[in-house]
Structure formats: C-alpha cells, structure tokens
Design a protein around this ligand. Structure first.
Ligand code: T4K
Length: 368
C-alpha cells in the first residue's frame, strides 16, 4: 500500500482517539466475546438504523451466508448468480448444496427473474440472489416466483447496507438477508456480517447456530458453528454507525462527479442510477465497450501503472472457477449477459475520503 496510490476502496475509520474509550470499557469488563454488551448494543442500533426488526451479528458475511442456509435447512439445488464474489456460491458448496447458475440482467447486473423460472426443477429448494453493487434485485418478481414454486429466498445483501426502496429497507425482502461488514464495505467492523431475520424465533435459531448450537450449559440443539462477532468488532460497529450517513453522502458526491465527468465519453457506459429511494454508492462500476480505444484489461493495467488500482468485479465469473465450471448451468451459452458484463466491467475507486482532485485525475486518464 502506498499513499500516492488510489485503491478501489479504503475503509472508513473514525479518529483513533474516539475508539480508545470503547477499548477501555472492554479492558475493564474483560468481556471479549460470546454476546457481550457491545454485541447487544450493535444489534439494537443496527435494527434502528436499518429499520428492521431482528439482526444476528456474525464474525463475517460468509459465515452468515453458510449459517442462513443451515437455519432454513436448505438442501438440494439452489438458483443463484455467477456474477458475484465467490463467497456467494461457496456458501452453497459448504452446505453440500448444488448451485444452479442463471444469467443476469445487463442493466442491473442482478439475476434475471425470467431466467430463474425456467431453471426451476423438482430439486430446487431456494433462490440466492445478490443485490449486486447495492442495486436492488427485482424483489417482487422473485417473491412471486418463490411463492408459486414454494421456494425459500435468501438475499446476499453484502453490498446493500442502508439501501431503501419505497417500502423501507431492502433487507426486509425474502426469508433472510445477509450483510457483510468487511473492511471494504460501506459500513465496516474490520470483518463482520449479519443476518436480518423476520421474527424472534428465527433469530433465536440463528443465534444458537452461530454459537455451536449451544442453548444452555448442558444443551446443544444443532451442529452449530462458531460464527460470533467479538466485542472489539461490535464496539467498532457502534462507533462507525455514528458517521455512516456522512460516509454514504460523501460516496454519493463521488458517484455524481463520475457520472457528470464521464458522461458522453466514447466507449464507456455507466449503469443507470438505481431506482431505490436511497442508494449506498458502495461501488462505481463502468463498462468498457469495444469501441473504447483500449481493451478493459489494457485499461486496467494502464491505470495500475499510474497508481490507480481499479478492480474487475466480478471477473472471472464464479462459474469459471474449477469447483463450478463442470456444472451444466456454468456453460457460457447459459450465461451470455453475465459473460459479456464480466468482460467489460471495471469498478472505479469510490470511498468517502476520495478527493475531487483524485476523481478528476482518474477521469482524465479515462478520457485520454
Ligand atoms: N457476498 C458478496 C456479494 C460479497 O461481495 C462478499 C464480500 C461476501 C458475500 C462475503 O462477505 P465477507 O465474508 O467478506 O464479510 C473484497 C473483500 O475481501 C470481500 O469482503 C468483498 N465481498 C469483495 C467484493 O471484495 P478483494 O479480494 O477484492 O479485497 P482486497 O483485499 O483486494 O481489497 C480491495 C481494496 O481495498 C485494496 O486494494 C485496498 C483496500 N483495502 C482492503 C482491505 C482488506 C484496504 O484499504 N484495507 C483493507 O483492510 O475482496
């Protein structure tokens, strides 16, 4: 890491001195984990901030995904997207579930609901869509399909912290939604994650599962895992919540500046602004079209040579990795849009402390 370089993201951090009193409290109490006071405080504060009823915190988003599938006893085949971070599909394999990949909508990069319906078989038990880059999935159509065929829906909402549609938080949709609080996310607890649950009973089950299945000192009700968030992570979360609106606001300014400055640049297309009433500006993806003077990969390398570290999220597609490529649904002909988007996508740097000068520098390289 080099201060002269610009990265696709940088974690948002409070001033260190603001965190010291939280550490002192942890040192005094000697409660470091297993559902301590900061854990409790963060769950409550997140419910209030996000406008949801129940949240179970996790050590990271991947454990939250794995546990969500366990909690709903999902088995068999699950329909999901190839256009995501690999953790989405890995959570299925860790549960012995077969992923069935379907193509995406090239406008939102989210699963195309029309493709979901034709992929359903008697083995299908659930749908695992991703709100990619914080753009909401077509939640109404997905729910209609799930209701018609009796399927569960678990949203991988790792990118969708704070996103709201007309009815409230997008995290209320489906049976469960999963969040990631990784260092690279809009809201971070260094590492962290959560499951948004619809009711107390489901949260209770998830709380057991993330703590080895322990119900009390002498009772273990399920083969649970250790997915608990520790007190330092939770304290960081409580503090980070204080500044998250400001952070999202700053991200929004960067987004607007890119949109304004890149408008009309030949060979660059920008996904339309999302239709949600509140976006979180977690990523700024652009597509490098064939008539741009450089290929996407040549541009990526050129920017890197100038100290600008963009990312090709999500290239390669999940379906190109060895543990997935043998599946019938991983065939390229089944994933025409996803393959096309993966070959063109470039995520530009976006984070609250990115300056106007830095954005202008990136834009001028792209225009060159
Ligand atoms: N589902 C979806 C849809 C996801 O996107 C993710 C995670 C998950 C599930 C799983 O959630 P977690 O289990 O991670 O909570 C990153 C993240 O590691 C990953 O969390 C994230 N998605 C994914 C999209 O991106 P990399 O390999 O691109 O990260 P890395 O280390 O290259 O970081 C990117 C840039 O961020 C660096 O160039 C500089 C900056 N950075 C990164 C870290 C870790 C920092 O400045 N400080 C840091 O501490 O995967």
């Amino acid at each position: 890491m080099n201060d002269q370089c610009v990265y696709v993201t940088r974690p948002d951090l409070p001033p260190l001195e603001d965190f010291i009193p939280y550490l002192e409290e942890i040192w005094d109490s000697k409660i470091l984990t297993n559902g301590g006071p900061f854990h409790h405080q963060l769950e409550k504060a997140l419910c209030a901030y996000l406008g949801v009823e129940h949240i179970a915190l996790f050590a990271n988003g991947t454990l939250a995904l794995v546990t969500a599938l366990q909690a709903l006893r999902v088995t068999g085949d699950v329909i999901t997207t190839p256009y995501s971070f690999v953790a989405t599909a890995h959570s299925l394999l860790w549960n012995g579930i077969k992923p069935v990949f379907v193509d995406i909508d090239p406008k939102t990069f989210n699963m195309d609901p029309a493709k979901i319906e034709v992929a359903i078989t008697p083995q299908t038990t659930a749908i695992l869509p991703v709100h990619c880059h914080g753009y909401s999935c077509d939640v109404d159509r997905i729910q209609r399909i799930a209701d018609t065929y009796g399927l569960k829906v678990i949203y991988d909402a790792a990118h969708a912290f704070g996103v709201r549609d007309r009815g409230g938080s997008v995290l209320r949709h489906g049976d469960l939604s999963i969040l990631s609080f990784h260092a690279t996310k809009v809201f971070n607890t260094f590492e962290g994650g959560a499951i948004v649950c619809p009711d107390k009973k489901t949260k209770q089950r998830i709380d057991y599962l993330k703590n080895f299945g322990i119900a009390d000192e002498t009772t273990v009700i399920a083969p649970g895992i250790n997915g608990k968030m520790n007190e330092i992570q939770a304290a960081m979360g409580v503090l980070q919540l204080r500044d998250v609106d400001e952070a999202i606001h700053c991200r929004g300014e960067v987004d607007s500046l890119y949109r304004q400055e890149l408008d009309g640049v030949k060979g660059i297309s920008i996904p339309e602004k999302p239709t949600t009433v509140r976006h979180n500006f977690s990523y700024f993806p652009i597509l490098i079209e064939p008539h741009y003077p450089l290929s996407r990969d040549a541009l990526y390398e050129k920017l890197k040579s100038k100290g600008i570290f963009t990312r090709r999220y999500f290239y390669p597609l999940i379906t190109e990795y060895p543990m997935y490529r043998g599946l019938p649904s991983a065939h390229k002909g089944n994933l025409i849009m996803a393959s096309d988007v993966a070959s063109k996508a470039l995520c530009l740097p976006i984070y609250p402390s990115l300056s106007i000068e830095q954005v202008n520098k990136i834009v001028s390289f792209l225009r060159e």
